[in-house]
Design a protein. Structure first.
Length: 470
């Protein structure tokens, strides 16, 4: 489904890369322990040094556009007492209840302060809304940039009573060129959430779904893709706005399993279609179960951080093994009840992994997975990947108990071990959510933006399935 241009509302003006988004400009109240200071200021969403909400407050009382206006207050705020954290300081905007708790971070001039807004803030009326608009930052991999049409929809949510539509910002191509040259942040898409039957909903319902979608999109993107500045609308216009910080990473090259161009490939009916149509319902079914929700959040967090070598290659390997141990507990104990928690814990970790990978029909030997032949040949005792990977991890953790030769061997294979670990983890997560479509195999000898893509290992290729273009 292709969205019309009118379907998506821009909550705020999208400026150049790195430019703050101005959210409020006008009268302020600074409150602390019953004392009120009035003035003028502004609030902006800023990208640097990290994404968040910053404000500047000027105590000068009067119309800043009219220098001749009478000042209503002439006093200085005691500097040291304001920078104490207790009691807390709050900002209030006209026509709103007490707003964000703030932390002052600067003293630029007498009676002029700047700071950060803390926590999640809701402004407006808690009334039923008909749509929720929001931004996505740094998520270009999820859209085929070769498509000339700037609109992309996710029809997968329609059968669950929701429809999400994304519009790519008009100059995304130029923004991506700038990001690739200098990194940074940019708004990539503007999203809009509605009920398929046109009915209204509460903001918290929409935000919960957008949050789940952001977790999935971050997993698909291989990096943190945050939903920014949700704004709720009804037939009369904007009714509420939510300010909160979501984890977003600056633009960097990502390596992900997501088959971004699969929509242009063919099946026996002519088109494979957007893989999101299968992926998102699978993900949402798992996400709706509280235990699975916690498992997914933890595994995805470690997957993304490991994908960018958090703590170096050694740290990435430790993170991915920990995530796989978590998934073993979820899939072996909680899902299939093959063993008790105590029974699983009694097994060596490489045996746990053999059991886990077997559940997902993942190959573990060089005969089944030729891409690991060189890796396994580094040590004669490495008969399969579970044994080899866990020995690499153990050598990192317990290096003092390993021989010098073992340490040298492990150091030589660290990059490949980290890549193989990530391959297993992303496939285990995809198996956990029940996905049976295409993926981009990070271990494949030939890879490119256009594929070729492969079926997940647990999907058996049917005789009439065409070969996938590459």
């Amino acid at each position: 489904m292709i969205a019309s241009a009118e379907a998506v509302s821009y909550p705020h003006a999208v400026g150049p890369i790195g430019e703050p988004i101005r959210l409020y400009d006008g009268e302020f109240e600074l409150r602390r322990a019953g004392v009120i200071f009035l003035g003028y200021g502004y609030v902006e969403f800023v990208w640097f040094p990290s994404p968040g909400f910053h404000f500047k407050f000027d105590l000068v009382r009067g119309d800043p556009q009219d220098p001749a206006a009478e000042l209503k207050q002439d006093q200085e705020i005691p500097l040291l007492s304001l920078f104490d954290e207790d009691p807390p300081i709050f900002i209030r905007f006209p026509d709103h209840a007490i707003g964000p708790k703030v932390r002052l971070r600067g003293y630029q001039a007498p009676n002029a302060f700047s700071g950060t807004l803390e926590g999640e803030q809701h402004f407006g009326d808690d009334v039923p809304i008909s749509s929720l608009s929001f931004y996505l930052a740094n998520g270009p991999r999820l859209i085929d940039e070769s498509d000339d049409d700037p609109y992309s929809a996710i029809p997968a949510l329609e059968d669950k009573g929701w429809r999400v539509t994304f519009e790519v910002v008009a100059d995304l191509g130029e923004r991506l060129k700038t990001l690739k040259a200098s990194s940074g942040y940019t708004i990539a898409q503007v999203g809009r959430l509605v009920r398929t039957d046109g009915s209204t909903f509460r903001a918290h319902e929409g935000v919960q779904l957008v949050d789940a979608l952001a977790w999935f999109l971050s997993f698909a993107n291989g990096d943190w893709v945050g939903p920014l500045l949700p704004v709720g609308y009804d037939e009369s216009g904007k009714r509420l706005e939510i300010w909160r910080a979501w984890k977003i990473t600056h633009w960097r090259r990502t390596d992900s399993w997501f088959p971004v161009t699969a929509a242009s490939q063919y099946d026996d009916k002519g088109q494979l279609g957007n893989p999101l149509a299968e992926l998102i319902p699978c993900f949402m079914r798992r996400w709706s179960v509280s235990v699975s929700n916690e498992t997914l959040q933890t595994a995805i967090h470690w997957y993304i951080e490991a994908g960018h070598d958090a703590g170096g290659l050694e740290g990435a390997i430790i993170l991915t093994q920990t995530a796989l141990e978590l998934m073993a507990s979820a899939m072996v104990v909680e899902d299939r009840r093959l063993l008790s928690a105590q029974g699983l814990a009694s097994l060596p970790v490489f045996e746990q992994f053999r059991l886990l990978f077997g559940i997902a029909s993942l190959p573990v030997t060089s005969d089944e997975l030729p891409q690991v032949k060189g890796f396994l040949s580094a040590d004669n005792n490495w008969i399969d990947t579970p044994k080899a990977l866990t020995e690499v991890r153990n050598a990192i953790i317990h290096s003092g108990k390993r021989s010098a030769q073992k340490i040298r061997t492990v150091k030589q294979v660290l990059p490949r071990a980290a890549e193989i670990y990530l391959w297993y983890l992303e496939l285990i997560i995809l198996n956990f959510i029940g996905y049976e479509g295409l993926y981009d195999n990070r271990l494949a000898a030939i890879r490119g933006y256009w594929g070729p893509y492969e079926n997940v290992p647990w999907r058996r290729q049917e005789a009439n399935e065409p070969s996938l273009p590459g």
